[in-house]
Design a protein around this ligand. Structure first.
Ligand code: HEC
Ligand code: HEC
Ligand code: HEC
Ligand code: HEC
Ligand code: HEC
Ligand code: HEC
Ligand code: HEC
Length: 402
């Protein structure tokens, strides 16, 4: 038995209200697809996917670098190599107060968060899914009768420590925050909802495709793998999407699926396929965003859209600066070179500090023009602090900050 509830009062009381509008209709818009044959016409399902390991044989370099990206790592099965926090005695506990403690324990059937009251075990939840590459932190999901719940304690990277999961109260210790399909739509490639629309909490098939994997951006690819395997002499690709040939809008919509903050969905999660029009699946307000009221967390699209670079260049997309297959986190000089692909002497639009700062300017356009800003919605536990504070996130509102 993987879930042990010894105290029925601490067991699941459901309080989480999920915003989300469901429609039973499933519209397919083949005219938006890059090629009509690339994506099968029937509803997206697991049998259409090959999984990224199937790509490794023929696209080895991309595969080898992709498995180090935050995208690939953003959900993983709860194996020891993916859980960042410590299970070592002394480092494996979070005390809510002197009576109530959660201890991270390795048991025969896996890793558990075990809640104790005055030394007595009350409830234990198994780590089943890890959420977060861990650049800011990780949170953990447990399965319970097909439903998914967030565990009470998360890992905070800056403090290198465990603490109360965001949005959970500090009293009592709860294990009852349901994970929604929208949460998994941003943090994984495919999960199958088994419960009827509008039933909450939702239940899910145990099989899922972890991480933001190849096929999230290139479309379900089982047919591509089958075709290329059976036709090794073909030399050209079939049944696969390449965003390099998308329109600018299709390109941005793909990244905006997960990088434009909270969106109100109008169709069930996971029906959007790369190449589709985002507004066919979500209610998107068409008013120009007020950048001062966009949270830096997760809304890179909204902020970028408000920037002069984006508005005036006409060509900018996320992949102007980001290589989708590489982990380039922290490589500020490399990103600065990408700024200078537009801001250079030939285009007469270099930084006016170039003359006074000389060549040192080329190393870091980022800290001056895309500074880190506090998030209103995600928190971070800093070293030596007991309570989490606002996480600092790189703003995508590129401008002159005085
Ligand atoms: C049996 C070999 C093989 C496998 C397995 C394979 N591919 Fe390909 N793929 C090819 C060949 C051949 C091409 C065409 C030449 C090229 O672009 O390298 C191609 C091209 C592509 C392209 C570019 C398509 C275009 O129109 O420009 C993408 C994207 C792609 N593959 C993704 C994938 C993904 C994702 C997987 C795993 C799910 C995968 N491939 C598995 C052989 C394979
Ligand atoms: C299915 C959802 C999804 C899609 C589609 C998606 N992303 Fe992400 N992206 C995420 C999530 C979730 C994270 C945070 C991962 C983490 O750290 O756990 C992330 C992180 C990132 C990061 C930060 C990487 C780092 O090293 O910290 C960049 C850059 C990024 N995405 C760019 C893109 C671009 C460009 C596209 C479009 C080509 C895109 N994303 C499409 C969900 C998505
Ligand atoms: C709209 C898409 C979206 C939804 C929905 C979403 N996230 Fe995220 N999440 C992101 C993105 C994008 C990031 C990367 C941080 C950033 O750029 O602000 C992120 C970051 C995180 C991180 C930190 C990752 C790291 O490596 O530092 C965790 C943990 C996380 N999300 C958990 C969740 C959980 C749990 C849910 C559901 C209850 C959820 N998220 C819902 C898009 C989303
Ligand atoms: C976050 C989205 C995303 C993910 C995940 C992703 N790709 Fe891509 N891929 C792209 C985009 C965008 C392009 C087009 C880049 C450009 O504009 O040149 C691309 C291009 C390609 C190409 C065309 C040739 C090339 O080198 O540009 C191949 C092949 C490919 N991807 C394979 C893969 C494989 C295999 C994986 C998984 C191991 C993968 N991709 C994961 C977004 C993604
Ligand atoms: C695709 C081309 C392109 C790229 C890449 C680009 N920009 Fe720009 N940027 C522009 C254009 C066009 C303008 C409008 C005015 C001009 O020509 O200078 C602009 C304007 C600016 C401004 C003035 C904004 C204002 O509000 O007055 C700053 C600062 C700036 N860019 C910084 C950057 C930085 C930093 C990067 C890299 C992170 C970058 N840009 C990348 C095209 C680009
Ligand atoms: C003009 C260049 C540029 C463009 C265009 C751009 N980014 Fe970024 N992005 C950056 C830089 C620079 C960083 C900081 C990288 C670092 O610190 O490692 C960054 C960081 C990120 C992060 C990590 C944020 C954090 O603080 O954890 C995400 C997520 C991201 N970008 C997504 C996107 C998405 C999605 C788009 C398109 C809507 C996009 N970016 C467009 C330059 C750009
Ligand atoms: C030390 C901080 C700093 C660095 C580093 C920096 N900038 Fe600037 N940048 C500024 C300031 C401040 C201004 C406004 C100057 C003024 O109005 O006198 C500015 C102005 C600009 C402008 C608007 C045109 C203008 O001169 O009014 C652009 C474009 C720009 N920077 C791009 C860049 C690029 C690209 C880089 C990296 C190669 C860069 N900046 C590096 C601080 C910086």
């Amino acid at each position: 038995m993987k879930f042990m509830a010894r105290n029925r009062r601490a067991a699941f009381t459901l309080f989480w209200i999920v915003s989300g509008i469901f429609f039973l209709t499933q519209c397919v818009h083949p005219e938006n697809k890059q090629t009509t044959k690339a994506v099968p016409e029937e509803k997206v399902n697991l049998s259409q996917f090959a999984g990224s390991q199937a790509c490794a044989g023929c696209h080895k370099n991309i595969y080898d670098s992709h498995i180090h990206t935050a995208h690939y790592l953003t959900t993983r099965p709860a194996q020891v190599e993916f859980i960042k926090g410590s299970f070592q005695p002394g480092k494996n506990r979070f005390a809510y107060d002197s009576d109530r403690v959660v201890v991270m324990e390795k048991r025969d059937s896996g890793f558990y968060q075990v809640a104790y009251f005055r030394g007595d075990e009350k409830i234990a939840g198994r780590f089943d899914i890890v959420v977060g590459s861990g650049s800011k932190g990780q949170t953990y999901i447990t399965r319970y009768h097909g439903q998914l719940y967030q565990l009470p304690v998360s890992y905070f990277t800056a403090a290198r420590n465990w603490a109360n999961s965001p949005l959970y109260p500090t009293n009592p210790i709860l294990f009852n925050r349901p994970i929604t399909s929208r949460c998994l739509e941003c943090h994984s490639s495919l999960a199958t909802v088994l419960s009827a629309p509008n039933v909450e909490p939702e239940s899910f098939d145990e099989k899922m495709i972890y991480g933001v994997d190849c096929e999230k951006c290139h479309g379900p690819a089982a047919r591509h793998v089958a075709f290329q395997t059976q036709n090794p002499q073909a030399g050209h690709a079939e049944f696969i999407l390449n965003p390099a040939r998308f329109t600018k809008k299709q390109n941005l919509d793909l990244c905006a699926l997960c990088h434009s903050g909270r969106l109100q969905k109008t169709k069930p999660s996971f029906e959007f396929v790369s190449g589709d029009r985002l507004s066919d699946y979500f209610a998107i307000d068409t008013f120009p965003p007020d950048p001062d009221h966009i949270d830096v967390h997760g809304n890179q699209y909204g902020l970028l859209r408000a920037s002069q670079c984006f508005k005036m260049s006409g060509t900018m997309t996320c992949t102007t600066c980001h290589n989708p297959h590489e982990n380039e986190r922290g490589q500020i000089a490399l990103f600065s070179q990408r700024c200078m692909s537009c801001h250079n002497a030939a285009h007469h639009n270099t930084c006016s500090l170039t003359a006074s700062m000389g060549s040192s300017i080329a190393q870091n356009c980022i800290d001056c023009h895309m500074p880190r800003k506090p998030s209103q919605s995600i928190t971070e536990l800093l070293p030596g602090h007991l309570a989490p504070t606002a996480a600092m996130i790189r703003t995508h509102l590129i401008k002159i900050y005085r």
